[in-house]
Design a protein around this ligand. Structure first.
Ligand code: UDX
Length: 436
């Protein structure tokens, strides 16, 4: 099948590459000339494990190409995916201007029946708006389908190729058939393709992300309780996670969720609710609790050191989570800002995200070549992202590098008993502090 993907951001590029891998001919379209030039030269502008192999293979096989020209790119396409940004506007609602602009442009240039797919996370009612925008100038029949993505950064290729489920929102049987044909290679193991109306599909995405964000926040609250009553959040997690109604995943307490999806989607759902005069109160609590959770360790640091002016902190991890270079809404940045505001210095190491942070913070912090260089001469170590390389470091070496043997761990990487035996003072989330 010939398909087109408009927008070569994270979602668009993964979608386009993976559909080429299942044998379709895919043209990715973007207005950013520099980006398209890079892609044509086989340079992927994002870091996503496993994407490069598929990307190279499909370009070589002639199934994946790139253009800045919308009319050329959609020629002969049976399906056009819209994978465009929906950033939060000033009031927190999703900004649809990118999507609606392309919808306006598509109307007059469609040549045959086409399925237009909203892949971006969009508020309920967007499919109707896109339909109206295209219909205003269209000369041919078309259907607009909502097909939300559930890709996690870092494992997006695997999530795409083996989805838990595929949600297709459409009231058109013709569009449904075409979409089912496209997804057939990805659901051969029997994972369901769930077809529903457009609005339910749009809401499904927000419901899934907001539910997961709430689940994490709930565990962060339990962690805070654990600290006050002397319980251990890891034990509570295991105790509740084995209940199949609750499930083991997304129960890890820490310094809050970040990334490009959860914060934006929780905010947008709360805003959508407000628009229909519904106070989705629980979401407001999730948002404000997540903000305070991010700087939990700063309070511990100030309790421990008193004034931190002039002290140096080693920050391990900048990305909002491992296996990505994405720093959007990353708790690490909020912590670094709090440390700098208090007059402290920061040395840091992250396996992938340092370039992105350099772009934002310049030389206000020191970027180091590895985790040990970042620890050298620091008053304390802070762990912000659970990269595997931080899980089993040489603790004896760390002791020789730090001025004081103290670790503030925002991701609960280490066993508290081990840290006590090793002679560290160790603060983590939802577990008793170890004092040495
Ligand atoms: C998420 C959704 O999982 C995905 O389905 C959607 O399409 C896009 O948003 P992503 O943003 O890549 O994906 O990250 P995810 O792995 O879900 O983690 C989100 C945040 O939650 C991260 O900041 C992570 O550190 C945090 N988290 C996750 C926790 O704090 N505890 C957990 O137990 C799990």
């Amino acid at each position: 099948m010939k398909i087109a993907v408009v927008g070569t951001g994270y979602v668009g590029l993964v979608t386009g590459t993976c559909f080429a891998e299942t044998g379709n001919h895919v043209t990715c379209i973007d207005i950013d000339e520099k980006k398209v030039e890079k892609l044509k030269n086989k340079v992927i502008p994002i870091y996503e494990p496993g994407l490069d192999v598929l990307f190279d293979r499909n370009i070589k096989q002639g199934r994946l190409d790139f253009t800045t020209n919308l009319k050329e790119g959609i020629k002969g396409a049976k399906i056009i995916f819209l994978a465009l940004p929906t950033p939060p506007g000033e009031d927190g609602s999703a900004d649809l201007s990118y999507i609606l602009k392309v919808a306006d442009d598509l109307g007059p240039i469609l040549e045959d029946y086409t399925v237009i797919v909203d892949k971006s996370t969009v508020p309920v009612g967007t499919a109707d708006k896109v339909t109206a925008a295209i219909a205003a100038n269209a000369k041919v029949e078309f259907s607009v389908v909502s097909n939300p993505e559930f890709l996690r950064e870092g494992v997006a290729v695997e999530d795409f190729m083996k989805p838990d489920r595929v949600v297709i929102g459409t009231s058109s049987k013709k569009a449904q058939k075409i979409m089912e044909e496209l997804y057939a290679p990805l659901v051969r193991q029997g994972n369901p393709v769930i077809t529903m109306d457009e609005k339910s599909a749009e809401l499904t995405k927000y419901a899934a992300n907001s539910f997961l964000a709430t689940k994490i926040t709930f565990m962060n609250e339990i962690a805070n309780m654990c600290e006050l009553v002397g319980a251990d959040v890891d034990m509570v997690r295991k105790g509740v996670g084995t209940d199949s109604r609750i499930g083991k995943r997304f129960l890890f307490a820490g310094i809050g969720y970040g990334g490009s999806c959860f914060p934006k989607d929780v905010q947008a759902l709360a805003k959508s609710a407000k628009e229909v005069n519904y106070d989705f109160e629980i979401l407001n609590a999730v948002m404000s609790k997540n903000e305070t959770q991010k700087t939990k360790l700063i309070d511990r640091i100030k309790d421990h050191f008193g004034d931190i002016k002039g002290k140096t902190f080693s920050v391990w991890g900048l990305a909002f989570k491992p296996y990505t270079d994405d720093i959007r809404e990353a708790p690490a940045l909020v912590n670094i800002k709090a440390l700098l505001d208090a007059g402290a210095k920061v040395k840091t190491y992250d396996p992938e995200a340092m370039e992105n942070v350099k772009g934002q913070l310049g030389d206000s912090i020191e970027f180091c070549e590895d985790e040990y260089a970042a620890a050298e001469g620091a008053d304390a170590l802070l762990i912000m992202t659970e990269w595997p390389v931080f899980r089993t470091p040489e603790f004896d070496k760390i002791k020789t590098l730090l001025k004081e043997n103290v670790i503030f761990d925002g991701r609960n990487l280490y066993n508290t008993e081990t840290m006590a035996e090793l002679g560290f003072t160790y603060y983590s989330i939802g577990r008793a502090a170890v004092k040495n």
